[in-house]
Design a protein around this ligand. Structure first.
Ligand code: SF4
Ligand code: SF4
Length: 345
């Protein structure tokens, strides 16, 4: 029995992708804060607006996707939100729900939390099956409500009317302010979810995230799935123990579950070459090629968005100057950042 090199390598490749995306998100958040600060307080120097912050606007991305399907037009205010939403759907179709375990910063932070919790407590906590299944329903209910409201009830004209509202124009700024100045209720919810995430793997993703629920359903249609070769399998159950989604991998020939995030922890932990792989019904692929599929599907969509000029917002800066001062927190508005006598030497 030997653990072949690509299997061991894959977890580090995934961790590297997660860390790189988190670093990009941190950089984008910092830059966007300074971009907004300039409009809240003109004595602050102007900043750049990283389009990638629109990745935090999946509902807008969903609306923009419907609008694109019906009109062929990419909405120009938050086009990166549309591109990232489509990129996430593409990763789901081609590479399981891999957006959650490879790219999503919330998924990465959730994973760090339960890994730390496991290190401290020495175990992974699992809810009883009845509680697990009951708690999984809210994300599908929330997703269903969004699907009904946007996918069915809203016409393209209604979506367009929403796009031209001030609310939507600066929905990215509203998101930033939510993080900078959360209400007591929002903060309490975040604290509770964070605490739960230390004990129960990926609590938010598993039970509450409607985005992940949607991606999981898209992933069911994908050709690549985890496959167990019963001729080579020794029934050691290392794969089942390693699965953060609680899937009994060792009892399946093929993992057909909307909860599989394509993290490949099961493949990585299987000690028997040829017993557990990812692939189509007819052919397995090496784990590192799966990584290539994940990156190509997501960053290919991003690259296409950039190449076709559907990445950076076309909204004039004057609109931010008009709307942001009404929204900015008192802290952002107060005191000149650069003393006036230094601004015009
Ligand atoms: S079945 Fe394997 S790839 Fe899917 S979530 Fe579980 S460990 Fe990850
Ligand atoms: S880890 Fe590999 S050998 Fe062990 S039960 Fe799973 S597929 Fe079989």
């Amino acid at each position: 029995m030997s653990m072949d090199y690509p299997r061991r390598q894959i977890r580090w490749i995934r961790h590297a992708v997660q860390a790189a995306v988190l670093a990009i998100c941190g950089w984008a958040g910092w830059q966007f804060y300074h971009f907004v600060l300039h409009f809240a307080n003109p004595s602050a120097p102007p900043g750049i607006r990283p389009a990638s912050v629109e990745g935090f606007l999946p509902i807008g991305g969903f609306m923009a996707t419907k609008y694109f399907i019906f009109t062929g037009i990419v909405e120009p205010i938050h086009p990166a939100g549309f591109v990232i939403f489509v990129g996430a759907l593409l990763t789901a179709v081609f590479a399981r729900k891999s957006f959650c375990s490879w790219i999503c910063p919330v998924g990465s932070l959730s994973e760090y939390a339960w890994r730390l919790g496991r290190r401290i407590t020495g175990r992974v906590w699992r809810l009883p099956k009845w509680a697990d299944y009951s708690l999984m329903s809210p994300k599908y209910i929330i997703m269903g409500l969004f699907f009904f409201a946007i996918g069915i009830a809203m016409t393209p004209t209604m979506i367009l009317m929403f796009f031209i509202q001030d609310y939507y124009k600066v929905v990215d700024v509203r998101m930033l302010l939510f993080f900078l100045d959360p209400s007591t209720l929002a903060l309490s919810v975040v604290v509770v979810l964070t605490l739960l995430s230390f004990f129960i793997p990926n609590f938010w993703c598993r039970y509450l995230c409607p985005y992940g629920a949607l991606l999981g359903l898209f992933a069911l249609a994908g050709p690549l799935k985890i496959s167990r070769n019963t001729e080579h399998c020794t029934d050691c159950k290392a794969c089942s123990r390693a699965c953060p989604s609680g899937i009994a991998v060792a009892e399946k020939d093929r993992v057909i579950s909307p909860e599989c995030t394509g993290c490949l922890s099961c493949v990585n932990s299987c000690p028997t070459k040829g017993a557990l792989d990812i692939g189509t019904k007819k052919r397995v692929i090496a784990p590192q090629y799966f990584a290539v599929v994940v990156l190509l599907a997501f960053f290919g969509a991003v690259g296409l968005g950039m190449a076709t000029d559907n990445w950076n917002s076309k909204m004039p800066k004057e609109e931010y100057a008009r709307i942001v001062p009404r929204l900015a927190t008192p802290d952002m508005k107060k005191q000149p950042i650069i003393p006036p006598d230094l601004q015009h030497p």
